[in-house]
Design a protein around this ligand. Structure first.
Ligand SMILES: Nc1ncnc2c1ncn2[C@@H]1O[C@H](COP(=O)(O)OP(=O)(O)OP(=O)(O)O)[C@@H](O)[C@H]1O
Length: 745
């Protein structure tokens, strides 16, 4: 970016910039540096970008705002005035279009029809690329028109695209009260379809069975119906073995989920994250189940690597004070995500060696995904979680996909993708061409390699880690900053380093005269970032090339990628579904004897004695809802005390103390029954919350030095870096703001 330095100068001295700063400071919109964005002035703030079509240009990086509905964020950001209208991140609608789950047989003929109509963006019938290396596109015989049509499937079928999707700035959107606090996206009934007469009528939200309501109809499906045999679960109800954390605040939220802490009913120190999944747009329940089960299958199949967030269970979540009924993942609990670290003012002072360590850990996670036939497709700081011992772990496989034409055969060719997915600017230009709103000529919309997409995101992540800001808002030539980058790239290769893109050429990359390279301090790090962010996917670094790069291989990390996962899998003692599953057949009262075969958690059998019987499906239960007296309940209800000590078997519904043990209960009634918060709180241990709150506070003490509360046999990691020790000095907001802006590029 030859002109980059001049531009940078202008940025730093621009009177309009100072004026803008003054306005912002006076308006007290925020004292945080990244809140002060400047369009076109070369400063691109880091903003949380949910993978969502309704993603607003939100100041979503502020912790306080992160749990609020996008509607609120949109309003706020509009008020901020000059903030970039950050365009849509990948469409949540894409999630539905990408929900092909090879493990689920088509359940309805109608569903088949739907799939055909929508097309599958992942279909790559005649598009072949060798798994290794050459990145050759052989154009499909499909007409351009058809390809373009396929892109519409990413937006819920073109004309049926939800309102709000095409208008990312959502100017017309009304602020709508969301009684659940769940992350309803603009374009759903809450923002787009709510008729006037319904506004303000809270009962409207509580209705069930109306297709426009984002609530699953009863009965909630049994997750086992959607899982392959090897992943079938003995227990499928959250309340069988977990309780909500008394704190009960969401710890994160995304375009289609809300994340809360839950605790094992038996071990108060075993704290997990519950990713409660929400329906999106006009998604049908069937599509919701397929989408979520696909995400779970991918996440779980990858949960054997230290750099992947461990996902344990896919469970039915009841309606409680804090959640609506549905499905949720039980996951390893992260302390914070990488976005939260980068947004801290102290991030700029984090030594490069630590940033490179984080980068390498992320790359290890990506490599593991690819080696296991999965493309992540939505890499960004928000989707990198930090464990309590400071290890980086990839999460959110919501738009991930099997990347080989035969998902089970990793030697089969790479399955090329079509359509807009991902989160700008981490989405590469070849994918951005599919963004409908950009109106790129259809001839530019070529099938793309999802692995190259991940490599590009890694490059932008490296730039972001090193420069403390994203390099541009979107990786497309409609973004002036990206245009500069692209031009600088071409110029550098043409005039300064003609062999830059050659294999095994490890000459240094662009130097300090390029603003994006200035903070690397080494042309070798710059080389890796530029090679990964190559706008041309044909010459972009592959993972193999990255892992062969001498600078990259020399990066010291604080964890060995071969280390085992450290989070203890949740203990399961109770299974309310299966306790009635085999009535009349099962002779044993022992819960373990009811477990289906093949259940594994973290590679280990969930129960000792797998039985032969199939778990009873929700359909079967719905047809014959009474539970067998013999197997209906554990023999004893747990008391708060016994739950805390882990001595007694858990009782799923601690509120129903006066219910007789043998009283027939339907799954519907279990799901319908709200869990009174007071009861939950009573039965909750208090220690974990305290310990966790200590962990989340930034400060001098290292997270590593804290005891590992999740694992009974914590593996002591070698302390090399303290990734979680990033101070946030917001106290002198104004000066910090100015200083940050002046030095950010
Ligand atoms: N296991 C976890 N532990 C702690 N926090 C988590 C966990 N999983 C997710 N989070 C938090 O919740 C946020 C949203 O999670 P996630 O990205 O998985 O949801 P999503 O709905 O798929 O989001 P997106 O809009 O990116 O698709 C994350 O950025 C993170 O801050």
């Amino acid at each position: 970016m030859g002109s980059g330095s001049n531009n940078d100068k202008d940025v730093h001295r621009s009177p309009s910039m100072l004026k803008l700063l003054g306005q912002r400071i006076l308006n007290k919109q925020s004292t945080h540096p990244e809140f002060l964005s400047a369009t076109g002035n070369g400063i691109t703030p880091l903003r949380k970008r949910p993978t969502s079509p309704g993603a607003s240009p939100s100041p979503g990086h502020l912790a306080a705002n992160r749990h609020k509905s996008p509607s609120v964020l949109t309003k706020r950001s509009t008020a901020v005035g000059n903030m970039h209208p950050v365009k849509s991140t990948a469409s949540v609608a894409d999630l539905t279009a990408h929900n092909t789950n090879p493990f689920v047989a088509e359940r309805r003929a109608q569903e088949n029809d739907d799939a055909d109509r929508n097309g599958d963006d992942n279909d790559a019938d005649n598009i072949v690329i060798p798994s290794k290396g050459t990145r050759v596109h052989r154009a499909k015989s499909t007409s351009v028109k058809k390809v373009a049509g396929a892109s519409h499937t990413h937006h819920m079928g073109g004309t049926t695209a939800p309102r709000g999707f095409a208008t990312h700035t959502l100017k017309e959107e009304n602020l709508v009260y969301n009684p659940y606090g769940v992350n309803q996206k603009p374009g759903t009934v809450f923002a787009g379809e709510l008729s006037d007469q319904n506004k303000g009528d809270l009962s409207f939200y509580m209705h069930d069975g109306d297709s426009s309501i984002r609530m699953l109809p009863l009965p909630i499906e049994d997750p086992n119906q959607y899982l392959p045999d090897t992943m079938k679960q003995w227990s499928v109800h959250l309340i069988d073995n977990f309780v909500f954390d008394p704190d009960n605040k969401p710890i994160g939220s995304g375009g289609s989920s809300e994340v809360r802490k839950i605790v094992s009913s038996y071990r108060k120190k075993d704290i997990y994250a519950l990713k409660k999944l929400n329906m999106i747009y006009d998604e049908t329940p069937e599509k919701f189940y397929k989408r979520c089960s696909k995400e779970f299958i991918i996440a779980k199949s990858l949960s054997h690597n230290i750099h992947i967030m461990n996902t344990f269970l896919l469970l039915k979540v009841p309606t409680t004070t804090y959640t609506t009924r549905g499905w949720g993942f039980v996951m390893e609990l992260g302390v914070k995500d990488l976005f939260e670290l980068i947004e801290r003012s102290g991030w700029k002072s984090v030594p490069l060696s630590e940033k490179y360590c984080i980068f390498k850990q992320i790359a290890e996670g990506v490599k593991f995904c690819h080696e296991n036939g999965i493309a992540h497709r939505d890499l960004k700081p928000e989707n990198v979680l930090m464990s309590r011992d400071g290890i980086c772990k990839l999460t959110d496989f919501g738009i991930s996909d099997w990347c080989h034409q035969d998902p089970h055969d990793f030697t089969s060719p790479i399955k090329m993708c079509k359509g807009m997915i991902g989160s700008p600017p981490f989405t590469p230009p070849e994918v951005m061409y599919w963004e409908e709103k950009k109106h790129y000529p259809e001839k530019l919309q070529k099938p793309y390699n999802p692995l190259a997409m991940d490599c590009y995101a890694l490059g932008i992540l490296l730039f972001t880690l090193v420069n403390n800001v994203v390099p541009f808002v979107e990786s497309c030539n409609m973004d002036p900053r990206f245009r500069e980058f692209e031009a600088a790239y071409a110029s550098y290769v043409a005039h300064q380093n003609p062999h830059f893109r050659d294999n095994n050429n490890y000459k240094g990359g662009p130097g300090a005269e390029y603003s994006m390279s200035r903070n690397f301090k080494t042309p070798n790090g710059s080389r890796v970032a530029w090679r990964l962010s190559d706008p041309n996917p044909e010459t972009r670094y592959t993972m193999e090339e990255l892992f062969a790069d001498p600078w990259f291989t020399a990066i010291e990390t604080c964890v060995d990628p071969q280390d085992p996962q450290t989070t203890r899998p949740p203990e399961l003692k109770n299974s309310s579904t299966n306790s009635g599953a085999n009535e009349g057949e099962n002779t044993g009262d022992d819960a373990a004897s009811l477990a289906p075969s093949g259940i594994e958690i973290n590679g280990e059998p969930a129960v000792a004695a797998p039985p032969q019987e199939k778990p009873r499906s929700m359909v079967e239960i719905a047809q014959s809802p009474n539970l067998s007296p013999k197997t209906a309940k554990p023999e004893k209800k747990s008391t708060p005390d016994s739950a805390a000590t882990g001595e007694a078997k858990a009782e799923p519904d601690t509120a129903s103390d006066d219910t007789t043990e043998l009283e027939p209960e339907t799954v519907d009634s279990l799901l319908e029954k709200p869990t009174p918060s007071s009861t939950i709180v009573d039965s909750m241990p208090t220690a974990p919350a305290k310990q966790l709150s200590g962990l989340t506070v930034s400060g001098a003490s290292s997270i590593r030095s804290d005891s590992n509360t999740a694992s009974p046999t914590p593996k002591k990691k070698q302390v090399v870096h303290h990734h979680l020790d990033v101070p946030s000095s917001v106290m002198s907001g104004t000066s910090m703001t100015l200083r940050s802006l002046m030095s950010s590029h």
